[in-house]
Design a protein around this ligand. Structure first.
Ligand code: IPE
Ligand code: IPE
Ligand code: MG
Length: 247
């Protein structure tokens, strides 16, 4: 790694993939991989808070993950509930604001209650925003935003031709957050799997073969180092950016 100064992304979004394969390599049931994955989350959250990252979005359960065997789904729900039980107080003590994005109506009422309690407890915290995507799908998010706008049109509060990108953005579950600067996917697959589709239009992508339970500070540093070397042009030319920084 170079000694070039790291540019810390404001918002990092991660698909934490590879838990199942990590367990399989150890001849353990997949669930053990998910448990080890929760441990890795703790380390990465701590590191992001130290680095001054503003938002960390973690994909915990996709709207497609219901297709997994029922046993795995119910163990994942239990693990989620356990993690909330054990971690929320600690997050709160560390001034971390926890929010969950996704269709939480798909969860049991006790899990929904835990989620809203965690949200309530931490909502005024001013440190890292930990944004957990659970029963989340990028297409679902765009659809629910557009549905709200369609409701306004139907009630005569909004003209269809006035619908703008900005309005769609404002009704997404991430409305209050900056767009992700850096997207990381562990576990070797190079796909977006219906994560933050709208929000990642200009995000820098970083893929690694490292399985999620093995991710540590060092891996995060390598990803941020890679991000620091990118030139984010947002449609402009390299020369234009150069001119701006000289001015
Ligand atoms: C990611 O790990 C965690 C969830 C989707 C909940 P996987 O369970 O997808 O792990 P692999 O891809 O099978 O190794
Ligand atoms: C994506 O991982 C969702 C989460 C990490 C929660 P998957 O492992 O389910 O993704 P696909 O289906 O293989 O693309
Ligand atoms: Mg996977």
């Amino acid at each position: 790694m170079s000694d070039q100064k790291l540019t810390i992304p404001k918002h990092i979004a991660i698909i934490m993939d590879g838990n199942g394969r990590w367990a399989k390599q150890r001849l353990q049931p997949r669930f053990m991989g998910h448990r080890a994955g929760v441990k890795a989350v703790e380390g990465i959250v701590k590191r992001c808070a130290q680095l001054g990252v503003e938002v960390l979005s973690l994909f915990a359960f996709s709207s497609e993950n219901w297709r997994r065997p029922g046993k795995e789904v119910s163990l994942l729900m239990e693990l989620f509930s356990h993690a909330l039980n054990n971690q929320v107080k600690k997050l709160h003590e560390n001034n971390i604001k926890l929010q969950i994005i996704g269709d939480i109506s798909g969860f049991s009422s006790s899990l929904q209650k835990q989620i809203s309690q965690a949200h309530e407890l931490t909502q005024h915290n001013t440190g890292l925003i930990l944004n957990i995507a659970a029963n989340y799908g990028g297409r679902w998010d765009i659809t629910q935003s557009v549905r709200q706008l369609a409701g306004q049109v139907a009630r005569g509060e909004l003209a269809a031709e006035d619908i703008s990108e900005e309005m769609i953005n404002r009704h997404l579950t991430t409305a209050s957050l900056p767009e992700p600067d850096l997207f990381i996917r562990t576990g070797g697959e190079q796909r977006v799997s219906n994560f933050l589709l709208w929000q990642m239009a200009y995000t820098e992508f970083y893929f690694t073969d490292v399985l999620w339970p093995e991710v540590d500070f060092g891996q995060l540093n390598i990803a941020i180092d890679s991000f620091s070397r990118r030139e984010r042009r947002f449609g402009r030319t390299s020369e234009q950016l150069q001119d701006d920084s000289d001015a």
